[in-house]
Design a protein around this ligand. Structure first.
Ligand SMILES: Cc1ncc(COP(=O)(O)O)c(C=O)c1O
Length: 403
């Protein structure tokens, strides 16, 4: 049967691809600590459930394609609390940040167009780009260098007539980088000079640690017509299954184009939007507490990783992931081996193979694994004991780490 070039170009998710091995381990009676996926075990605020319970209607009708007005207004109030000046008509509700990203790429890229993205990057960026036959051009960043951006000069060398946008995740998944105001100003001025969009994936905005001040691309007043802001309730309120996000920009023309995609998929779930409106009314103390919890999980994880012979990683400053270089040739093979062959008292651990977080065919990240610190501390401690033992016992262990 025939399949399109775009579907054939798409990769399976490195975050989910190895789940059948985890299922096998579970069938064999093992407990698996899932550090492969950014699914937090934090409780979703009561405001979500209360809003859904209190929504009394007889017909669950389609919502507006742009999103329910009360949710758009709640999000506008939230942005204003961050000093980001969006208004209702600048914000459309989407099925998670994922749909916002997919729509953004569809709206700005022809097949063959290019998007500059600091690598490593969130693995699904590959899939979102491939679905539009667009190409990701990596701006290579390194753990040794704190995943900082290179100079404007180096970035500009990567730009050509097919380049449409610079796409960042800030704070970064999977790097944990938090970009400085100076870095964002540099990107803003490159975007202006070369007439590019800036895709600002800020779904981890609340998760910065060690006193790092968060600066948004939404604070760059003179480029707001080219900043495509992408957001989500998934991580902020531990509501991944709600599938509610948004896209925002101060650009009527862009929103006019975006509306066609929103109308084609009719709307986002009415009930989930009601729940999400409740979430945006959650007291700020919830987010402060959650931030403290992730910081302490980060500390626990980083201490454990530092104690592992042959393991190299950078302390993440934001989001809830860390890229770990391990003394193995192929992290994917190691993860499968661990799920099949290694346990401590019937318990084992799963991470996500690092190669999928780099541009397809770049050959980078083979010895790396992304670890999500989304589990409570005692589970992180147990899963790190398992990882340490597995790395020591792995028959394929190598002494020198590769790229
Ligand atoms: C950087 C980043 N952007 C976007 C998403 C998509 O999130 P969702 O579609 O659940 O809003 C994720 C999910 O892990 C992510 O890590």
């Amino acid at each position: 049967m025939f399949f399109s070039d775009r579907i054939k170009a798409m990769q399976t998710s490195p975050i989910r691809r190895l789940l059948p091995y985890a299922d096998e381990a579970k069938k064999a009676g093992k407990k698996v600590y899932h550090l492969n996926i950014g699914q937090p075990d934090i409780k979703t605020p009561d405001e979500y459930f209360d809003a859904v319970r209190n929504f009394k209607i007889e017909t669950i009708a389609y919502a507006e394609s742009q999103g329910r007005t009360e949710l758009r207004d709640a999000i506008v109030a939230y942005y204003q609390s961050w000093g980001i000046p969006y208004e209702r008509n600048d914000v459309y509700i989407t099925n998670g940040g994922s749909e916002a990203l997919m729509f953004a790429v569809m709206a700005i890229c022809n097949p063959g167009d290019e998007l500059l993205v600091p690598a490593p990057f969130y693995a699904n960026y590959n899939a979102f780009a491939q679905a539009s036959l667009a190409k990701l051009t990596p701006i290579t960043t390194k753990a040794e260098n704190g995943f900082r951006l290179p100079s404007a000069e180096l970035i500009e060398k990567l730009i050509n007539s097919r380049t449409r946008a610079i796409w960042i995740s800030n704070p970064g998944n999977p790097t944990g980088v938090v970009y400085t105001a100076a870095e964002l100003e540099m990107l803003a001025s490159i975007a202006k000079k070369h007439d590019l969009y800036l895709i600002a994936d800020e779904v981890y905005r609340e998760f910065t640690y060690d006193g790092q001040k968060f600066t948004s691309l939404g604070h760059m007043g003179d480029v707001l017509d080219r900043v495509i802001m992408v957001d989500s309730v998934s991580k902020r309120f531990s509501a991944c299954g709600a599938r509610v996000g948004c896209v925002a920009i101060k650009n009527k023309e862009f929103m006019g184009q975006m509306l066609k995609l929103c109308q084609a998929r009719l709307c986002v779930s009415t009930l989930e939007q009601v729940g999400a409106t409740g979430l945006y009314k959650t007291a700020k103390t919830y987010l402060d507490e959650v931030n403290k919890e992730y910081k302490s999980r980060r500390d626990t994880l980083y201490q454990a990783l530092k104690g592992m012979d042959g393991v190299v990683c950078e302390e993440p400053k934001g989001a809830f992931y860390v890229m770990v270089k391990m003394p193995v040739d192929d992290a994917e093979k190691f993860i499968i081996w661990m799920l099949q062959n290694y346990d401590v008292n019937g318990e084992t651990t799963m991470g996500a193979p690092g190669a999928g977080f780099y541009a397809a065919d770049s050959g980078l990240g083979k010895s790396e694994m992304r670890v999500a610190y989304v589990l409570k501390k005692e589970d992180i401690v147990k899963s790190m004991t398992i990882l340490k033992g597995a790395l020591e016992a792995y028959p394929g262990r190598v002494e020198a780490i590769k790229a």
